[in-house]
Design a protein around this ligand. Structure first.
Ligand SMILES: [Ca+2]
Ligand SMILES: [Ca+2]
Ligand SMILES: [Ca+2]
Length: 303
């Protein structure tokens, strides 16, 4: 009877210790990327409306922040290092299914406006210097530290023209999606997951058509598509019908926006599953106890 009790206690200790070793708590902290303020400002000088001072494939390194809407130094990550988003611009040559994305010009339009894509000969005059889907589809790629995947919570649009329907994708495949190989379709590429479409709001409706522009911020919730999806690579694109139907209704072709900030929870991914010394000691003690009890049981049986 005593032996059975000891065995149960020792077995219980062993399972408790093993459970403690397996459950490494996920640490997360809310982080902001105030892109309009904490990305370097691009040289947006134009010549005949063309952004000739920015080259296709330029990269902006954007600092994160501990709070919304401010320009300040990056918050230290859970591992003590600063975190930056590497941001690039992408776009298609047309809006038909299968059109492939290639590197475009990423503009930071600055304080309270944010990021736009210049795709081909788009100029400063008709809103296409934003992230848009007029004639071609633009997208902005955010690459976060691979060891600290981000769950996006909010996308803030600092400027909008007409409408602002958009689609949010996260890379959930194996390894890295780079070099980027995506196209207009559903899915957009191997390993990419549609997180959600966002049915943006018309700035003004005139005779049933979206018109006007505004620099009043619009906050868009992200995490109601696939809750909790986390990734180190996020793509925010102007909506395209080839991505799939958007409920209740998105309309492609009249969406223009600049992305001024992101917020998200930032989770440290353990690089190696290191067991706590206490758990190892506890498991060791439990194993010794279990072996001892079994030996005593065998000794009693053979006696
Ligand atoms: Ca554009
Ligand atoms: Ca366009
Ligand atoms: Ca639209």
């Amino acid at each position: 009877m005593m032996a059975t009790l000891f065995t149960r206690n020792a077995t219980g200790m062993l399972f408790a210790a093993l459970a403690a070793m397996a459950s490494v708590p996920a640490l997360a902290q809310t982080t902001y990327w105030n892109l309009d303020k904490n990305c370097p400002t691009t040289n947006n000088t134009t010549t005949n409306g063309q952004y000739t001072n920015v080259l296709n494939g330029n990269t902006l390194l954007c600092k994160n922040s501990p709070q919304a809407g401010v320009s300040d130094t990056p918050v230290a990550a859970l591992d003590g290092t600063a975190n930056y988003a590497v941001v690039t611009a992408w776009g298609t040559e047309n809006n038909t299914a299968g059109a492939t994305f290639s590197a475009k010009k990423l503009l930071n339009h600055g304080n309270s406006y944010g990021l736009g894509v210049v795709n081909g000969a788009e100029t400063s005059s008709d809103g296409q210097h934003a992230t848009d889907n007029k004639d071609r589809t633009d997208a902005v790629l955010f690459e976060f530290d691979p060891s600290k995947p981000v769950t996006l919570d909010t996308i803030t649009l600092g400027w909008r023209n007409k409408d602002s329907d958009l689609s949010v994708f996260a890379y959930t495949g194996v390894g890295s999606p780079l070099p980027l190989d995506i196209s207009l379709g559903n899915p957009i590429g191997e390993g990419w997951t549609l997180v959600q479409h966002v049915n943006g709001a018309c700035v003004t409706v005139t005779n049933g058509v979206c018109t006007g522009s505004t620099s009043t911020d619009l906050n868009v919730d992200v995490n109601n598509g696939i809750p909790g999806v986390s990734s180190s690579w996020w793509l925010i694109s102007a909506y395209n019908a080839n991505y799939g139907a958007c409920s209740p209704s998105c309309s492609a072709g009249d969406d223009f926006f600049k992305i001024s900030s992101l917020s998200g929870s930032w989770t440290q991914r353990p690089t190696t599953q290191v067991s706590e010394p206490g758990s190892i000691a506890l498991a060791g003690m439990a194993l010794i106890g279990l072996v001892g009890v079994r030996r005593r049981q065998r000794a009693q049986k053979s006696a």
